[in-house]
Design a binder for this molecule. Structure first.
Ligand code: PRP
Ligand code: ZN
Length: 304
């Protein structure tokens, strides 16, 4: 990783995503929903953007922050855990920030946690004094230990962290937990959360001064559009004027009701964009409150 971070002038954007692993598929799905398409290459490392001048680089998640820092890629879809760890390492080495999290993406949720052998009785951070903790996240862990005022040994491992206590190379671990299955299989239990993580769209700290500026703002706007619509549905129904207040109250996660023209006498025709899940139960509740002819429509795209 070089400390330069001076992106060379380019007229195409490059986005790094995980080649395989938990974030790979959702990252591709997000970019496809943003209107990007690619020609899959034979080496499957570089995918040339076809619909837009935006190319993909398929890499290990650990490499993504460095690729952005070095200006090799402009954006990346990466876990906040990886981004924070490498930002922490840079800060500890006295380097300036070279990337930032631009948008949380709502997938890849996991937590960076301390986990101890099952039979331990956990009494808090003070218990860690003088112990050895195995982790792939030494910067986040060291910063946390400093904040707790505890001195413990940090044993850096690049993988298979969860077997360290059994091998005797560490007393406990600090690792990512998603379902908890890995910990359970290794007779470990989670006791402290150091970081709540999810996938983020990461980008450079500086603005582009070439063709990429326009492409980057278009990409961000589309990402926002896709994220906003994730659980959104268009809800249409008819209702008498005297029930509208109660129906609005039942839709706290929806935009203000819009009255459609027409109807004249009789019930109003109404619609709204609802940003929370619309279950059968909610529809039945709306019906009991006076909504008639309820319809839930999927929303494909929006620039609102
Ligand atoms: C993480 C972590 C654990 C596992 C936990 O690795 O290091 O091994 O996931 O998940 P679980 O709680 O659902 O069992 P990951 O698969 O993300 O790979 P990486 O650390 O190599 O990026
Ligand atoms: Zn990894």
């Amino acid at each position: 990783m070089s400390p330069r971070a001076v992106p060379a002038t380019r007229d195409r954007l490059r986005i790094a995503i995980q080649k395989s692993g938990r974030l790979a598929e959702p990252a591709r799905a997000l970019l496809a929903a943003c209107g990007l398409s690619w020609r899959e290459s034979r080496d499957k490392l570089f995918c040339y953007g076809e619909s837009l001048p935006i190319d993909l680089l398929l890499v290990r998640d650990d490499d993504i922050p460095g690729l952005i820092a070095d200006g090799v890629c402009d954006f990346g879809v990466v876990g906040r855990n990886e981004l924070d760890e490498q930002a922490g390492e840079r800060a500890r080495a006295g380097l300036a920030p070279a990337y930032q999290a631009l948008r949380p993406l709502g997938f890849g949720q996991c937590r960076l946690m301390l986990a101890v052998p099952d039979h331990w009785e956990w009494q808090g951070a003070g218990q860690l004094q003088g112990l050895r903790i195995a982790t792939s996240y030494p910067a986040i862990l060291s910063n946390w230990l400093e904040r707790q005022g505890v001195e413990a040994g940090v044993v850096e491992l690049s993988g298979s962290v969860e077997i360290a206590p059994r091998l005797g190379t560490a007393d406990l671990i600090c690792d990512l937990v998603s379902s908890g299955a890995t910990l359970a299989a290794n007779q470990l239990k989670p006791v402290e959360t150091l970081l709540d993580s999810e996938a983020v769209l990461a980008g450079p700290v500086r603005e582009f001064d070439d063709e990429r500026a326009g492409l980057a703002s278009m990409l961000l706007r589309r990402v926002d559009g896709v994220l906003k619509l994730k659980d959104s549905k268009l809800l249409m129904f008819r209702a008498n004027r005297d029930t509208v207040a109660e129906l609005s109250r039942l839709l706290p996660d929806a935009e203000p009701l819009v009255q459609l023209p027409g109807s004249g006498e009789g019930p109003l025709s109404l619609q709204t964009m609802c940003h929370g899940a619309i279950t059968w139960q909610r529809l039945e509740e709306l019906e009991r409150a006076g909504a008639q002819g309820l319809m839930v429509l999927s929303v494909e795209r929006s620039l609102a």
